[in-house]
Ligand binder design. Sequence first.
Ligand SMILES: [Zn+2]
Ligand SMILES: [Zn+2]
Length: 187
Amino acid sequence: MKVCQTTGCERKLSGYALRNKVHDSHCSLYCKLSSEQPDATCNPKVSITRTCYVCDETFGLKYPYNHANQRTCSSRCQHKVESMKNGRRNFSLLTIIYELAPAGSSGLTAEDLAIRMQKYPNNIKGISGITQILKPFVRYGMVTATAEPGSRLKVFRWTSSPGIRPGHLGMCFGKYSSTHSSTSLTL
Ligand SMILES: [Zn+2]
Ligand SMILES: [Zn+2]
């Protein structure tokens, strides 16, 4: 049985751990981040300071399983995402890119993303579906799409602009452009 790779955590990567759909070798976002700390160890009593993916509040990410995959500071921010059209789906997809394909990483193809999104209850039509969904985010600059050298494969990565997080997805549809023009990305 595969267990979480982070030292100090022995959670099995099955059953409840399937609630973590982003990180393959770790039981949770908490343990993925713990593995990147200097001691690379899971210290269950220590919380990890994170910035909410929706607003600018910080919160402590905790080890207990019902908290270990938290991306927003509050149910209010979670609700804000879910109240947008396709908000939950888009937030899941953008979170995968934000956490697994940051700027400067090897990136993820539409096929990689389509496979990962199969774990979610959304009905996305494969590679073309992913490319279609990402269009407004690529146009806005939140996600970059570049052709790999020597191939026609497009690779997606998160923007290198700092401070842009998956919960800012509403910006890409121009809804907030008049009141939040200062948050526009510099391209
Ligand atoms: Zn773990
Ligand atoms: Zn928040």
